[in-house]
Ligand binder design. Structure first.
Ligand SMILES: Cc1ncc(COP(=O)(O)O)c(C=O)c1O
Length: 374
């Protein structure tokens, strides 16, 4: 059987073996309800709290500021729905993940005023523009740290300072940043940050929200008083433990992974540069490992399908929209012509990729493109 090559870590990552083992063990051994008074319950409670402390230490915030959720989409929903009421103004961007973008459109229909800022041609959001859009009723600014389709990094520190100076709450969807770069929450003026375990080799269906102490939110799910009354429901003990372990592993190997991914990305770009393939790497200030590439004259959707038939996984737009053949939305938002956007794909490189895998990817792309062009 040919080896499957996975170049789609921006959609999700495979679980680290060490994480899978710890999750499996916890599933068998730690069945007590963390809210129960007996020993079995308290054992589970301790696992949840130790995981919370570990995540808070890595992100440099207080333990009580971490809330466990079912993932990035839920955390984004908790913030936007928990903060905004009819008549409030939200500033966000037009290329957020659908869990912010579609929710903002929904809130707009229900009387929340929303400003959608388009990314610049370089793929980033201008902090100056965020500032210029502030109104007297602006209650929340929500701008993602790294765009999932482009890998471009937004000026979160600057936007956080602007929000703080104007006494506006600031949320960032940091899902694509955490685990790939060091996030030190104590160094940014930020009120909410969204965390998602399956982007850093943790389990799917678990995530978190950093919520600055002292901020009162309307809960999304009412019920028991779990998670400080903010998120009712019995905690997913094994997945929470798995997320903490995955973040620890990512944090411990951050420099090593970054170095490896940078070398692999440079190798791939070098191969493209020295070939006769006509391409463009989209976006300027990018997180290494997420590449959005336009291959001129080659439909991105077709390239994806052809690569898939050869056991190579890439993405056309984001995972949430890749079932459709529509042009990737983030590219359209940054002003790219539709026909060029349609010729663009996302290739994202994880720590399990080796140099030979990159060579295979490049050679397969060359073969497919020359076949299509003929
Ligand atoms: C930027 C961003 N935000 C949020 C999410 C949603 O996270 P989850 O799949 O955990 O709901 C994703 C993942 O697709 C993402 O890339």
């Amino acid at each position: 059987m040919t080896k499957q090559l996975y170049f789609d870590i921006a959609a999700t990552t495979p679980m680290d073996i060490a994480v899978a083992e710890i999750v499996h063990k916890a599933n068998i051994e730690n069945y007590g309800n963390p809210s129960s008074m007996h020993m079995s319950g308290q054992k589970s409670h301790n696992i949840v709290e130790r995981s919370r402390t570990s995540i808070a230490q890595i992100l440099n915030c207080k333990t009580s500021e971490i809330i466990f959720t079912s993932g990035g989409s839920e955390s984004n929903n908790i913030v936007l729905k928990g903060v905004l009421n009819k008549g409030d103004h939200l500033i966000t961007s037009s290329y957020e993940h659908p869990s912010v973008l579609n929710l903002a459109k929904h809130l707009e229909q229900n009387g929340v005023e929303v400003t959608f800022i388009k990314p610049l041609k370089n793929g980033s959001i201008s902090a100056k523009q965020v500032k210029s859009e502030i109104k007297s009723n602006t209650k929340l600014i929500s701008i993602m740290y790294v765009n999932n389709e482009l890998g471009t990094i937004n000026p979160i520190s600057e936007i956080g300072d602007i929000a703080s100076e104007n006494e506006i709450l600031f949320h960032s969807d940091t899902v694509q940043f955490i685990g790939k770069e060091k996030l030190d929450l104590s160094k940014i003026n930020i009120d909410f940050a969204t965390i998602c375990a399956h982007k850093f080799y943790g389990p799917k269906g678990v995530g978190g929200l950093y919520c600055k102490n002292g901020i009162i939110l309307n809960p999304l799910i009412d019920g028991g008083g779990q998670e400080n009354g903010l998120r009712a429901g019995t905690e997913n003990i094994s997945s929470i433990l798995g997320m903490a372990k995955a973040l620890e592993i990512s944090n411990d190997s951050l420099l090593e992974n970054k170095k490896k991914i940078l070398e692999l990305e440079n190798y791939f770009i070098g191969l493209l540069e020295n070939s006769n393939i006509q391409y463009r790497l989209n976006g300027v200030n990018r997180l290494k490992g997420i590449m959005n590439l336009t291959f001129f004259g080659v439909e991105g959707h077709g390239l994806l399908m052809n690569l898939d038939m050869q056991g190579i996984a890439i993405s056309y737009g984001s995972a949430c929209s890749s079932g459709s053949a529509n042009a990737p939305q983030a590219l359209i938002e940054m002003g790219m012509e539709e026909n060029e956007a349609r010729c663009s794909v996302r290739i994202s490189i994880g720590k399990m990729i080796e140099k030979d895998d990159i060579k295979k990817l490049f050679e397969t792309i060359c073969n497919i493109i020359s076949r299509i062009k003929k």
